[in-house]
Design a binder for this molecule. Sequence first.
Ligand code: NIG
Ligand code: FE
Length: 413
Amino acid sequence: MATLFKNIKELIQVRTEPIPFVAGKAMSELPTIKNAFLVVENGLILDFGTMASCPKAAFSEVIDATGKMILPSWCDSHTHIVYAGNREGEFVDRIKGLSYEDIAANGGGILNSAKKLQDTSEEELYQQSKERLEDVIKLGTGAIEIKSGYGLTTEAELKMLRVIKRLKENYPIEVKATFLGAHAVPTEYKGNKDAYLKLLVEDTLPKIAKENLAEYIDVFCETGYFSVADAELILKEGKKYGLIPKIHVNQFTAIGGIQAGVNHNALSVDHLEVMRDEDIEALKSTDTMPVSLPSCSYFLSIPYTPARNMIDAGLPLALATDYNPGSTPSGNMNFVVATACIKMKMTPEEAINAATLNGAYAMGLEGKVGSITKGKQANLILTKPINSYGFILYSFGANQIEKVYLKGKEISI
Ligand code: NIG
Ligand code: FE
């Protein structure tokens, strides 16, 4: 039951020896094999090499990739794709001059999405979310992290996480679930943040743990949302149930959230639009992956992560979409990598490493996806005929993907 891809113009992100992630200068190295073959069996990568060493055995399927390239599927380590409705109205309000902060202060923003989600049935929420998941799969995403955080009541947070679980069961894509109850203080708890934190810790968290609905715990550590002390409390309480920390930090202000994340061994610290020297310093020689979300910067017209300073300081960097109704209504990783090159001065090699190998690490999936390595899942992007892989990023806004494969199977949704 093996499939052979032959005459691949270039096989991209080939890692013979598995490595967890790449950092600093190593991010600019993207190993490839030109004129390559790839064999897939039982959903996994079985073999690869140059056409000169292509096995002559009979295969159940042979795919001629002449002129086309293959790369591992995108690994999108930060999304909020389970949400109800949309916030197009706020988009127009911002065009007319209101800021993201103004809108949130007027009861819009995350609270607007929470109201919609609370009023939406679990079935309807699943139907809306599955369309988004199918869309991003078609755009080449082969592993995805999805957060709760638009429920803001125990019941609605559980509803979101159950929808994530159902998506995970029903689609061949790798899905990781994150509990983000501390996303905003709900209207009913206005001025009483500590009572909301108490609810999360004493009621919501135990129920999530009991149903085994999340692997990660996240918190929006930001001025006007949750303080560093709040974040530390949430991460610490999550850890008691085996949830691994992740954290939204430094989106609008730098208040020490990165240091808190690092101190709690966060798997990733995400957003990083505003970075001080000490924030870069704090990330050095840690196991914490910095994650940048350039589509969010693009959509909100806020600064981009200073990727150059970070990579030049020797740090790794992952790229993700942040797909959500408020700050990034797009889950297109092709746009993310292009934007990282155009706006953040990352090279195509750095951007591809950041969106595959490093993204996989930020989901604890580096042993399963993110590179062309024997034994990893055959989650693959087959491009249209192109002359170089850099063209995928250069031709921003266009789609250079011909087919996508998850666990070795061509996806037709
Ligand atoms: O990651 N920053 C916090 N949360 C989301 C957006 C929330 C929203 O506006 O709905 C984000 O950008
Ligand atoms: Fe986010």
